[in-house]
Write a protein that binds this ligand. Structure first.
Ligand code: FES
Length: 118
């Protein structure tokens, strides 16, 4: 998996923009392995395609369970929180939206900032 450090963060090349549709969110598992890391850090995100892709963390802001896409909304299997297609809370107990990850496109590729530079 291609990665780079820039703008104070670690970025990974996640997908080709042409593979992302404007349909349902696409789940991506990012498994970067970088020099100096003792273990892989798997990160699951959802990408909502289109001209400016939106990248949302799959981690529920309530207690961290992975949410999934359930026909027009994200649902959390642990305590039932629901979020709309842009990550806003529809039903609690979560009180915060799904986290948005910074992204950019370069030469047809989608890059996602997965963490701050160590
Ligand atoms: S962890 Fe998602 S609702 Fe509690």
């Amino acid at each position: 998996m291609n990665w780079q450090v820039r703008d104070g963060g670690v970025w990974v090349q996640a997908a080709q923009v042409s593979d992302l549709t404007s349909g349902p969110p696409v789940k991506l598992l990012l498994s970067p392995s970088m020099p100096g890391w003792k273990q892989r850090h798997d990160i699951e995100v959802f990408v909502i395609g289109g001209a400016n892709p939106l990248v949302l963390s799959s981690e529920c802001p309530h207690q961290g369970c992975p949410v999934d896409w359930k026909v027009e909304r994200f649902g959390c299997p642990c305590h039932g929180s629901e979020f709309d297609a842009e990550g806003r809370v529809l039903n609690g107990p979560a009180s915060k939206p799904l986290s948005r990850l910074q992204s950019s496109t370069e030469d047809g590729a989608l890059w996602i900032r997965i963490r701050d530079q160590a």
